[in-house]
Design a protein. Structure first.
Length: 127
């Protein structure tokens, strides 16, 4: 968004924008034709983050613990949600909490990792 203001160059009184005219209208306060034109520009940006931590032990292929904390786009509702997930292979635990920051609505999953099937990447592939 761009906003433009025009002020008298001598007395600083706010004026109508006459900068497109060949002959500026004299300031009604002091009679000057000098002008100060100010342009204001603004924009908006949103940032989202994702933090992933993986704990591995020597000699193990998969991490024993994975933690994810992120902002994620919920495809079904087309809005950003906050997600925290812990996969703890050592203690056979899967924990996930998804929260809609606008409504406060939450989804919580806390179950043994060995029982965690049919969700996300754990879904069976169609043949």
């Amino acid at each position: 968004m761009i906003k433009k203001t025009v002020k008298c160059g001598d007395c600083n009184k706010m004026l109508e924008d006459d900068t497109t005219q060949e002959d500026p209208i004299p300031c009604p306060n002091c009679g000057s034709i000098e002008r100060n034109v100010e342009l204001f520009s603004s924009d908006e940006a949103h940032a989202h983050e994702k933090i992933v931590l993986k704990e591995k032990l020597d000699g193990t292929k998969k991490p024993v613990r994975e933690t994810v904390s992120c902002d994620e786009l919920c495809v079904t509702e087309n809005k950003w949600v906050s997600k925290k997930r812990i996969i703890d292979r050592e203690n056979d635990r899967y924990r996930e909490k998804i929260e809609d920051p606008e409504t406060g609505k939450t989804y919580v999953c806390d179950e043994p990792l060995s029982k965690y099937h049919g969700h996300g990447s754990a879904k069976k592939l169609k043949e």
